[in-house]
Design a protein around this ligand. Structure first.
Ligand code: 5AD
Ligand code: SF4
Length: 488
């Protein structure tokens, strides 16, 4: 009889929620004896944790699944699974386009992955675990079918042991007309603050220094205790702030309309709160915002920006934009250009509109901006943002910033480990800094003197000092600035 192998491959696309989900799925399978491998064809369980926000992300997964059809014919014992947003939204299509898939598990059912993998192995029958659709039952029943997946953490599964995502909220109830998230992730639910504080305590005990609280509209977090008490995001941050060992607290992504004063006061007052806010505006034109059903105007967004900057001096703010949304005229787009020119975002994530079946926008409006125009608008907006990013970064030359060192930079990864090489980290305002230093600095917070700047990176020198009895800086100058494009 063939000995049972327990190897696992996972491919993750999409947002921080998916990165965390994959960390937790891998952790739960490792507890069942699985080891992680880096080639799908070397694994006996092959998982794809998927994203549905744009069509491109889905097509990449279908291509990857297509490439595995032959492998599955030759190795019928291999278990192939599709997890996450595509699984929840398109189970039928996944089955039709990739009939060799054995496992389809939605975002709200991930706790069942180990049990379902075993069931496939034992029965050789495909297994499906999905939450209810929004219209399948009453709100409470649908809500209950989306469970937040929060098993014990496994530090070895994180990109770095000293940084962790903490899911404080699942789902979304905003229903922006272009967006699939309310369908794929279900109704908005906030987790109990006591559980979150316990999770952060545990992370701190394992050496975690930075927690990033995640939710689709994280600043809408609220937990009603049932006795008249309510915990807001600001209250939760204050409680996490008291945990020894936690040095930095971040939170993403914010919804503009829910940016309350108590939250901004907490960010200003609490030294561990990162002075960085990601608050997507999506468009600089009121008519477009209305068609997107974003629930605010450009004027009220501008007021919110001003309030953030008044209340939290020096705060860095970033945004997301969708270009080429239905009915976006050249005039409407120029209003977005004006907003980006003036708003001085730290950075902007720019996306070309991708119509998503099942969304209101896809039902109601024509995708009438040609692809070429979307591309041009994307590049134009990026160019304006790059000028601002460079100005902002240049204004920091000569300053000394506190950097939490994350690991080798892209260049450093190609240099020998264990000695001095190029490292990367972030400031308290989320700016990326690279500098030369010894690997033992990874995971520490240290002062770095900024010497050079590109639109996306600050280049500096770790300030010479005694940390762990060793001199910090390498003598070689850091690599010259690279000009790279941001994530789009
Ligand atoms: N097309 C393009 N971009 C989208 N986003 C969400 N839905 C779509 C879509 N259908 C973008 C928004 C959001 C980010 C995570 O993805 O800018 O803030
Ligand atoms: Fe999507 Fe809008 Fe919810 Fe963000 S707030 S996840 S864009 S529906």
């Amino acid at each position: 009889m063939k000995a049972e192998t327990k190897t696992l491959y996972i491919d993750t696309v999409g947002c921080q929620m998916n990165v965390l989900d994959s960390e937790l799925v891998v952790g739960s399978l490792r507890r069942q004896g699985y080891t992680l491998v880096h080639e799908p064809t070397a694994a006996d369980v092959i998982l794809f944790n998927t994203c549905s926000v744009r069509a491109h992300a889905e097509e990449k997964i279908y291509s990857a699944l297509g490439r595995l059809a032959r492998h599955k014919r030759k190795h019928p014992d291999a278990v192939i699974g599709v997890l996450g947003c595509m699984a929840q939204k398109d189970q039928e299509e996944v089955r039709r386009r990739a009939p060799h898939v054995d496992l389809v598990v939605g975002t709200g059912q991930l706790a069942r992955v180990p049990e379902l993998v075993d069931a496939v192995k034992q029965t050789r029958q495909p297994q499906y675990a999905l939450s209810l659709g929004r219209a399948d039952a009453g709100k409470d029943t649908v809500t209950a079918s989306f469970e937040s997946f929060d098993p014990p953490r496994d530090a070895s599964m994180r990109p770095t042991p000293f940084q962790a995502y903490v899911r404080i909220q699942i789902g979304c109830d905003k229903f922006c007309t272009y967006c699939v998230v309310p369908t794929t992730r279900g109704p908005e639910q906030s987790r109990h603050p006591d559980h979150l504080v316990a999770e952060c305590r545990q992370l701190a005990a394992e050496g975690c220094k930075e927690v990033t609280l995640i939710g689709q509209t994280v600043n809408s977090y609220k937990f009603d205790h049932g006795d008249g008490r309510r915990t807001r995001l600001s209250d939760l941050i204050s409680r996490i702030h008291d945990i020894d060992g936690i040095e930095r607290i971040k939170f993403v992504t914010n919804f503009p309309k829910d940016m309350t004063d108590d939250l901004l006061d907490a960010v200003r007052e609490l030294p561990k709160a990162v002075k960085y806010l990601h608050v997507p505006v999506q468009s600089g034109c009121d008519e477009v915002l209305k068609r997107m059903k974003r629930l605010y105007t450009v004027g009220s967004y501008r007021e919110m920006l001003q309030r953030c900057r008044d209340k939290v001096p020096g705060v860095a703010i970033s945004s997301d934009f969708i270009v080429g949304f239905c009915g976006e005229t050249e005039g409407a787009f120029q209003k977005t250009m004006d907003l980006v020119r003036e708003a001085k975002f730290k950075n902007s994530f720019i996306f070309k509109y991708s119509p998503r079946p099942g969304t209101k926008a896809d039902d109601l409006f024509a995708d009438d901006v040609p692809e070429e125009v979307k591309k041009r608008r994307n590049n134009d907006l990026l160019a304006v943002q790059s000028v601002n990013s460079l100005d902002d970064h240049r204004s920091r030359i000569g300053q000394t910033v506190e950097v939490l060192v994350e690991g080798p930079s892209k260049l450093g990864e190609k240099q020998p480990a264990g000695g001095a090489r190029q490292l990367t980290g972030r400031t308290m305002a989320d700016h990326i800094v690279v500098f030369d230093g010894h690997d033992r600095l990874i995971g520490r917070t240290l002062p770095v003197h900024v010497r050079e700047a590109s639109p996306f990176t600050l280049y500096g020198d770790a300030e010479t000092g005694e940390v762990g009895g060793d001199e910090l800086t390498a003598r070689e100058p850091a690599a010259p600035p690279r000009l790279s494009l941001p994530l789009v």
